[in-house]
Design a protein around this ligand. Structure first.
Ligand code: MN
Length: 201
């Protein structure tokens, strides 16, 4: 079974006015679809890997055959990161008390957490992602370049933000700060909670 574009699970305009319909539609149907297609094309060369989940491929990235390793890292990463990102977008949710306790314990306060995450997203040079992960049993903020996934570094991602220009350029042009500020309104804290409390894969 080849890898497939997962459905968004909501309408393209569901996140308006914070993330616009056109960006969501193009991001999902063009950008994400292309990662899926190129991952499948790379795996054609190594049919023995076809039944592995994208998580399994990324976790074990250093053991992927060298001729397709970069393609799996980029396009498998793109597929996995976006699949996670869509689920982490929803209006009008709030972090649970349990999650807030963990955030306060690690970052001092929820506001400090937001500031540190925003700084990580702003400071990522070029294209990449900002993440809240569980690393060595504790919450941590990291950023990755390109489509690299924290799961390739043994971390468990629980929240992610796409900071490629394709994620915001139609609406915000070069203003990454405005995109990030609006994105905070559509973080799906129910999904963050689910990722936080689920067992490691
Ligand atoms: Mn993207």
């Amino acid at each position: 079974m080849a890898h497939q574009l997962p459905p968004l699970g909501y309408e393209y305009n569901a996140l308006e006015p914070f993330i616009d319909e056109q960006t969501m539609r193009i991001h999902h149907t063009k950008h994400h679809q292309t990662y899926v297609d190129k991952l499948n094309a790379a795996l054609e060369k190594h049919p023995e890997l076809k039944n592995k989940s994208v998580q399994e491929l990324l976790k074990d990235i250093n053991n992927i055959p060298e001729d397709i390793r970069t393609a799996v890292r980029n396009h498998g990463g793109g597929h996995h990161n976006h699949s996670m990102f869509w689920k982490l977008l929803k209006k009008d949710t709030k972090p649970s008390a349990q999650l807030l306790d963990a955030i306060n314990e690690t970052f001092g306060s929820f506001e400090r957490f937001k500031e540190e995450f925003t700084t990580a997203a702003m400071n990522r040079f070029g294209s990449g992602w900002a993440w809240l992960v569980i690393k060595d049993g504790k919450l941590a903020i990291v950023s990755t370049a390109n489509q690299d996934s924290p799961i390739s570094d043994g971390q468990k991602p629980i929240l992610c933000l796409d900071i490629w220009e394709h994620a915001y350029y139609l609406k915000h042009q070069s203003n990454r700060a405005n995109y990030i500020r609006e994105w905070w309104n559509v973080v799906n804290w129910e999904e963050v909670e689910k990722n936080f409390t689920s067992q490691p894969e």
